[in-house]
Write a protein that binds this ligand. Structure first.
Ligand code: SAH
Ligand code: SF4
Length: 351
């Protein structure tokens, strides 16, 4: 009965070690299993040929090795962006994206199937909430790509938790996955190469701050007008701009780490020079000792089915950037990639 099995990627090393010890096996067997999973990216028990046949059978009896079934893979026309649709169970799927850019290999992974936050321009928000992913289901997305890249001699360089779902609405599982990926005896992926993007759940930002993690934090801002932000991002009614800004400032002051703000440029809505001026004023407190402790990523809106807003023009995107930079706020215009396979931000609407 596969339903009764534990999912191998949900386990920490200590749990594997406890299982090995309960079988009366020597403790180094746990290390071998761990290395098989996180150094060799084995995907099934029979690949663990270093173990006895008997132990491999126990492994197969006790654990599921996969919750995600790749159901569809789409490559962008330039071949540099590949999106994979994974089936979780018959009515739920998630998507993850691999982006190759120069020497970088970045994956964008999901934290939930669907999302409860209801941001009006987001395809995931439009489909509603389905369920949380477990930490292992978040980790399995990473292992899938680690394995794929290893087969061509490539390595993963960055992970962004910016796919489907609100990671801070699934805080424990998301951070447990991060801890697992960090494990020096395991995948050993540095926290500084991981970014979590949140819609702005203030209590979770405060918790994250207190934990003083090395993980990068990005906050989806999109507007500095409470009325407009509430219309775009309903969660703003609960955590309005002033509370959000204070939490972000506390984060910067406590951790001495830069914070990223995301801004989807919507034609005629939030893409003009006046909005850029207002944003620069809003971000003024983030200047410390003549350096900006924040960074803005602007991205032209990607079209989605249930939102009428249009993308800004390239020209206006660069004007927006110029205004921010005049005010000393570093700003990057995110290149739109993967649009032809609906792999842009917010377009990860599966099933
Ligand atoms: N829930 C998290 C992370 C997933 S969304 C968050 O909201 O931050 C990742 C990013 O894509 C967010 O900045 C989100 O606002 C943005 N996004 C959503 N829909 C988009 C769209 N249609 N065009 C451009 N960006 C979009
Ligand atoms: Fe959820 Fe982020 Fe989409 Fe908002 S933008 S609905 S928080 S995934």
């Amino acid at each position: 009965m596969s339903g009764a099995k534990r999912f191998i990627y949900d386990l920490g090393f200590d749990q594997v070690a406890a299982w090995i010890s309960s079988l009366g096996e020597p403790s180094y067997r746990a290390t071998q299993i761990w290395q098989g999973l996180y150094h060799h990216f084995y995907a099934s028990p029979d690949q663990f040929t270093i173990l006895s046949r008997q132990l491999r059978t126990r492994l197969a009896d006790e654990f599921d090795f996969s919750h995600l079934t790749p159901a569809k893979t789409l490559a962008s026309s330039d071949g540099e962006t590949v999106k994979t649709l994974f089936t979780l169970e018959p009515h739920n799927s998630i998507e993850a994206v691999l982006m190759r850019y120069r020497e970088r290999r970045t994956i964008c992974i999901s934290s939930q199937a669907g999302c409860a936050m209801g941001c009006v321009f987001c395809a995931t928000g439009q489909m509603g909430f389905r369920r949380n992913l477990s930490s292992g289901e978040i980790v399995e997305q990473v292992m899938y790509y680690a394995r794929t890249l290893a087969s061509t001699g490539e390595r993963l360089s960055n992970i962004v938790i910016m796919g489907m779902g609100e990671p801070f609405h699934n805080y424990d599982a998301t951070l447990a996955a991060v801890d697992l990926l960090n494990d020096p005896q395991g995948f050993d992926f540095g926290a500084r190469r991981i970014t979590i993007s949140t819609v702005g759940l203030v209590p979770a930002i405060r918790r994250f701050t207190a934990e003083k993690r090395q993980v990068n934090l990005a906050v989806s801002l999109h507007s500095v007008d409470d009325e407009q932000r509430s219309a775009l991002l309903p969660v703003n009614r609960k955590y309005p701009l002033e509370a959000l800004r204070t939490a972000c400032l506390d984060y910067v002051e406590t951790t001495h780490r830069r914070i990223t703000f995301e801004w989807a440029l919507i034609d005629g809505v939030n893409d003009g020079p006046l909005e850029a001026e207002r944003l620069a004023r809003f971000l003024k407190p983030f200047r410390k000792d003549h350096a900006s402790m924040c960074h803005v990523n602007v991205i032209p809106l990607n079209p989605t089915g249930k939102y009428a807003g249009k993308a800004t023009t390239k020209k206006k995107a660069y004007q927006f950037q110029a205004v921010l930079e005049e005010h000393g706020v570093p700003c990057t215009v995110r290149v739109r990639r993967g649009i032809d396979i609906q792999a842009g931000c917010g377009q990860l609407a599966a099933g």
